[in-house]
Design a binder for this molecule. Structure first.
Ligand SMILES: Nc1ncnc2c1ncn2[C@@H]1O[C@H](COP(=O)(O)OP(=O)(O)OP(=O)(O)O)[C@@H](O)[C@H]1O
Ligand SMILES: [Mg+2]
Length: 248
């Protein structure tokens, strides 16, 4: 009898040990949000350390609010830290994009020659296919698509656009890429068809409202899944080194 009780006691102790170690394991495996530095001065402080790695972020704003500069600065940050990048431009030419960047001293050509960066001019007038082998070829960690609004002009209806965007975001996520998609705001909402904002994990809104002699540029984070973030409007400036949040 005593032997039986001892045996039972041993079994309970062994089970508790297993439970304890599996609890520990669960804790070790708990989901940790990895971050990608945004490169925008001050923005990482507003987003608990940067964009969520592998997420998609919509950079929305009216014309001239700094969407392209924002995206170039993001890619430049990656290149400085040995993360290759691809810039897919649907509107401006590759040459224009490079010139836009050079104004801030970002010489992308250097990285292009090293095979770490590529600008792809995508003509959506010809076709709306958005598969780019260059992303795999360069093992890109950062991708920009500027702008998805143009795409929405060529895709007949909202459901096709939603499907297209879903497929695009899914394929980039499978590759572990953190992607920025720019979107024009015309009137209400954050995009032309009102589709992109629901699919993207994050939305950053850029604004430009001149007040008297002040430039009146600002930024706010409309959403950012899987992270806490500041919710208020922040004044920004486009200086010699690019975009900067003035309130942090
Ligand atoms: N060196 C600079 N210093 C300060 N402001 C600048 C500088 N270069 C550009 N800007 C400002 O940034 C604006 C252009 O930024 P950007 O091209 O990123 O805007 P965008 O939102 O992409 O515009 P679009 O919708 O037309 O593509 C200019 O209109 C100007 O106001
Ligand atoms: Mg632009």
């Amino acid at each position: 009898m005593v032997a039986k009780v001892k045996e039972e006691g041993k079994k309970i102790a062994a089970r508790k040990k297993t439970e304890k170690s599996s609890k520990h394991k669960t804790h070790q495996n708990s989901y940790k949000v990895e971050r990608v530095k945004t490169g925008i001065f001050g923005l990482d402080k507003l987003t608990q350390g940067g964009f969520v790695k592998g997420s998609s972020v919509l950079v929305s704003g009216e014309t001239g609010t700094g969407k392209t500069i924002f995206c170039l600065q993001y890619l430049w940050e990656g290149l400085k830290n040995d993360e290759s990048g691809v810039y897919i431009t649907l509107e401006e030419s590759a040459e224009e994009i490079k010139k836009d960047a050079l104004v801030f001293g970002w010489d992308f050509e250097k990285y292009e020659k090293e095979g770490k960066f590529k600008i792809i001019e995508k003509n959506v007038f010809e076709d709306t296919n958005l598969e780019f082998f260059e992303i795999d070829e360069l093992k890109a960690k950062r991708v920009v698509i500027d702008s998805v609004s143009l795409l929405s002009l060529f895709i007949e209806d909202k459901s096709s656009m939603r499907n297209k965007m879903r497929e695009l975001i899914k394929s980039l996520k499978e590759r572990g890429v953190t992607v920025l998609l720019t979107s024009e705001i015309v009137g209400e909402g954050f995009s032309r068809l009102g589709v992109e904002e629901f699919l993207a994990d994050g939305i950053i809104v850029l604004k430009f409202t001149p007040i008297g002699t002040e430039a009146g540029r600002s930024l706010f984070i409309r959403k950012m899944r899987r992270t806490n973030h500041f919710e208020d409007m922040h004044p920004i400036e486009i200086g010699k080194k690019g975009l900067r949040i003035l309130s942090v």
